[in-house]
Design a protein around this ligand. Structure first.
Ligand SMILES: Nc1ncnc2c1ncn2[C@@H]1O[C@H](COP(=O)(O)OP(=O)(O)O)[C@@H](O)[C@H]1O
Ligand SMILES: [Mg+2]
Length: 372
């Protein structure tokens, strides 16, 4: 295993720059997840690391070795793509061993490796089948096994689970996490599934339009996003964005909000000191659905907690929680409610706002304005 350094990497196709200077230092053994909207350059970056694309500028290092100009076969990287191709005429065993065979690994050692990865991925009973005799999920495991049969310096996974159905994705996600815990491998992994990103990553890199917007632990990205885009990208249902005016009142700095019936409430803001310049101005309040709940007694006395009467527009039971849609300052917002709390549609109910973790954005630039 080795570290990976992506040093100011740019990539252009003709006049179009699709990577605009990416800098990421990935530690040995780290699980890094790349997320971002379709077309933002994730695969281009992966292919550049693998050597399947030439970069236009910058350097890529594995450990201390500059591999920017190295041929793909000399980079010692194993890669699993979304659309993996198994050799249809070879058995599972031969598919897994093939990469070792072309690297002239001796037969006994090849067999040992096939044994090791097939036990790891629980595909031992399938070793003598052909790919055509496997389900989609089993084929995906074989593709994974083929990559894992080697001990390369680095693994690259580009949306490896996106062709699988929901249940299998969850199973494979757990298996990949176990694999990483067991082998301590350095992994760069692309996904558009934010649960995958949150659960697997040591750190998440959020990209947009060929740029790296934020690099941090899942919790940092979730709790302390650098801008409205990152805030809205991670989390489901997404963070609520409420336009409001920051006001200085007798109790300090806060925001005024009005529910769908025109009832105003005042809500305190944390880190008010950082927001001084915005008093009297429009800001965007970012509040996650789980911070607006049914009233829970154990939080009632916290300084950042307020009870607000809100009209129920829609309820969406999910079993564990009920998502409640209401309106604040003219926009619909999602709240996460205990299913035991009565929320009849059309009625006004009391909801608890925990303002301790809210964030604020500039309405023009959409950048965070309260970040420490
Ligand atoms: N060979 C190519 N020629 C021209 N443009 C390309 C080529 N490959 C990718 N692109 C463009 O580069 C951008 C990034 O693509 P890609 O890395 O595949 O995005 P992602 O994997 O994040 O969805 C896209 O706008 C895509 O159209
Ligand atoms: Mg892609």
């Amino acid at each position: 295993m080795a570290s990976l350094t992506i040093d100011n990497v740019t990539k252009s196709y003709g006049q179009t720059q699709v990577l605009k200077g990416i800098n990421i230092a990935i530690e040995k053994g780290e699980f890094l997840i790349l997320v971002g909207p379709s077309g933002c350059g994730k695969s281009t970056l992966m292919n550049s690391i693998a050597g399947l694309e030439d970069v236009t500028g910058g350097r890529i290092l594995i450990g201390d070795a500059d591999i920017t100009q190295a041929a793909p076969k000399d980079r010692d990287i194993a890669m699993v793509f979304q659309s993996y191709a198994l050799y249809p005429n070879m058995s599972v065993r031969e598919n897994i061993a093939f990469g070792l065979e072309i690297r002239k690994v001796p037969k006994a050692e090849r067999e040992q490796e096939v044994q090791r990865v097939s036990s790891l991925l629980q595909i031992e009973p399938l070793l003598d089948r052909k790919p055509g005799q496997l389900s989609g999920g089993q084929r995906q495991r074989v593709a994974m096994g083929r990559a894992l049969a080697r001990r390369p310096k680095l693994y690259l996974f580009d949306e490896p689970l996106s062709n699988l159905d929901a249940k299998l994705r969850v199973e494979m996600r757990t298996e990949i996490k176990k694999l990483h815990q067991r082998l301590g491998t350095t992994i760069v992994y692309v996904t558009h599934d934010q649960i995958e990103a949150m659960t697997l990553a040591d750190r998440i890199a959020v990209m947009r339009g060929g740029e790296l917007l934020q690099l941090g632990t899942p919790q940092e990205i979730y709790d302390n996003p650098v801008n409205k885009f990152v805030a809205g990208f991670m989390g489901s249902p997404a963070m609520n964005f409420v336009p409001c005016t920051l006001v200085a009142g007798d109790n300090g700095i806060g925001v005024e909000v009005t529910d769908g019936n025109g009832n105003p409430s005042w809500l305190p803001v944390p880190n008010a000191g950082r927001l001084g310049g915005y008093v009297g101005k429009q800001v965007i309040l970012g509040v996650r659905p789980e911070m607006i709940t049914d009233p829970v007694p154990h939080k009632a006395d916290e300084v950042m907690v307020r009870h607000v009467p809100m009209q129920v527009l829609v309820t969406e039971p999910t079993g564990a929680d009920t998502m409640l849609v209401t309106e604040l300052n003219g926009v619909e917002i999602n709240c996460r409610i205990n299913p035991g709390y009565s929320t009849p549609v059309g009625e006004v109910v009391s909801l608890m706002f925990d303002m301790a973790k809210v964030v604020f954005f500039d309405p023009q630039t959409e950048e965070r304005i309260d970040r420490g």
